[in-house]
Write a protein that binds this ligand. Structure first.
Ligand SMILES: [Zn+2]
Length: 116
C-alpha cells in the first residue's frame, strides 16, 4: 500500500500543534489527545487531509519519510508521537519487531497483522 506523502508548509506551526495536542506520560511518550482510530493511532489534520499523527511527527521533527517506509514505535504505543520513540522500518521490520514483542508477552503473533 502506498501512503500519502506529507507536505508540511509551516513546520513551526505544526510543532506547536504537537505540543498542544499531546501530553507526556511516565514513559516519556507524547500521547495524542486528538482523534484516535480503532487501532489507537492519532490522526492529524494538515490542510484538508488527515494523516497519522506519528507520521506527521516524524516528518516535522526528523525529516521526510522515504517512499515505502513505515514509521514504527520503539515504545509500542500507537498513540505516541514522541519523535525520539519513532524509527523508520519496512513492513517486514514491523512484523519482526511486533512478533518479537508479542512473543515476549506470550501473545498470538496474528495480532501483528493489523499494525502499521
Ligand atoms: Zn512513546
Amino acid at each position: 500500500m502506498r501512503l500519502k506523502k506529507i507536505h508540511i508548509v509551516n513546520p513551526e506551526k505544526v510543532k506547536e500543534q504537537f505540543y498542544g495536542k499531546t501530553f507526556i506520560n511516565s514513559d516519556g511518550c507524547w500521547i495524542w489527545k486528538g482523534l484516535l482510530d480503532r487501532i489507537g493511532y492519532g490522526w492529524f489534520t494538515l490542510g484538508k487531509e488527515d494523516f497519522k499523527a506519528h507520521r506527521v511527527s516524524y516528518t516535522v521533527f526528523k525529516g521526510e519519510i522515504p517512499d515505502g517506509m513505515l514509521v514504527l514505535h520503539t515504545c509500542d504505543n500507537p498513540s505516541c508521537c514522541n519523535p525520539e520513540h519513532l524509527w523508520l522500518g519496512t513492513q517486514k521490520d514491523n512484523m519482526k519487531d511486533c512478533a518479537k514483542k508479542e512473543r515476549l508477552r506470550g501473545m498470538n503473533r496474528n495480532s501483528c497483522k493489523e499494525k502499521r
